[in-house]
Ligand binder design. Structure first.
Ligand code: XIL
Length: 299
């Protein structure tokens, strides 16, 4: 196959990309994105601050721009993200307790209703665990509403759109030996045992010197899949973009039958949120990097 998406489709998977809506007018960017990928995640446009800037006033202008471009170009869409401590609008940052809990529920219902039946996977909850050795939840205004906020988010999401796969998504959870990974594993196991509706776990996979790729990532993916959830690599970028590491990540996903696909977090290095790390598959001029070829050959 000659593109990443077509190559991934041979095994029933996708190869996706994060799209920034304001870059779609850049023809080099749009040409690569349309050609190479068969899944799209909005890099920022479906987040809480973008979709509900004022309480009770939803705005899907930017989100729909990315969504419509994706569908018109034949791609499936991952929804990102409904409940998160970051990129909250000011009004939500100022809420707490029962009012915040209700606002979270209303937000999930409002966004999921707009896209009902149209989203392959939703990142319902993003980044709820703390880094480091504690294995604890991250402190946040959402966490302070009560430890059950995550399961309430998932139950709300299931009722709002039963057709979407519901994912929990986080970073620094790729290395099986890390406490954060174990904490997330225990939560997913508990949810499955108690019937909390969760379908998938997203591994962001922002690999760099402080959080490097480890070959036990495959074990992590296998162990989560064995709990009865799908897994996905949702925001892949790798400092320096070593071809061999990119190939390893792809091979880890391909080795796990419940791995749905891989999404890279941007098109060219210049599009990356960490552009100084040159972590992506395309150079700034749109040419393919060695990591691109390694990924295509691995798929
Ligand atoms: C990042 C975007 O790439 C940036 O443009 C934005 O300024 C901050 O958010 N984890 C996530 C993503 O789940 O939403 C983040 O995206 C990167 C880390």
């Amino acid at each position: 196959e000659s593109t990443l998406g077509a190559a991934a489709a041979q095994s029933g998977r996708y190869f996706g990309v994060a799209i920034a809506g304001n870059r779609l007018s850049d023809s080099t960017y749009a040409t690569i994105a349309a050609r190479e990928f068969n899944s799209v995640t909005a890099e920022n446009e479906m987040k809480i601050d973008a979709t509900q800037p004022q309480r009770g006033q939803f705005n899907f202008t930017a989100a729909d721009r990315v969504y419509n471009w994706a569908v018109q170009n034949g791609k499936e869409v991952r929804g990102h993200t409904l409940a998160w401590h970051s990129q909250q609008p000011g009004w939500m940052q100022n809420l707490s307790g029962g009012a915040l809990r209700q606002a979270m529920i209303d937000h999930i219902n409002g966004v999921m209703a707009h896209y009902k039946g149209k989203i392959a996977q939703w990142d319902v909850v993003n980044e709820a665990f703390a880094d480091g050795s504690s294995g604890a939840r991250r402190d946040s205004n959402l966490q302070r509403t009560g430890n059950d906020w995550i399961e309430v988010a998932f139950r709300t999401a299931r009722a709002a759109d039963p057709s979407a796969k519901l994912c929990y998504n986080d970073y620094n959870v790729e290395n099986w030996t890390w406490a954060k990974t174990q904490a997330m594993y225990n939560m997913v196991r508990d949810f499955k045992q108690r019937g909390v509706p969760i379908d998938c776990v997203g591994f962001q996979s922002h690999f760099n010197s402080g959080s490097p790729y480890n070959s036990n990532f495959r074990t992590t993916l296998q162990n989560f899949a064995a709990l009865g959830v799908d897994v996905a690599v949702t925001e892949l970028d790798i400092q320096g973009a070593p071809a061999s590491t990119y190939a390893n990540v792809v091979n880890d996903c391909l080795a796990v039958s419940r791995c749905l696909g891989v999404t890279v977090w941007g098109v060219r290095d210049s599009d990356s949120w960490r552009s100084e790390q040159t972590p992506l598959l395309f150079n700034n001029d749109g040419s393919k990097k060695p990591a691109y070829t390694a990924v295509l050959n691995a798929l």
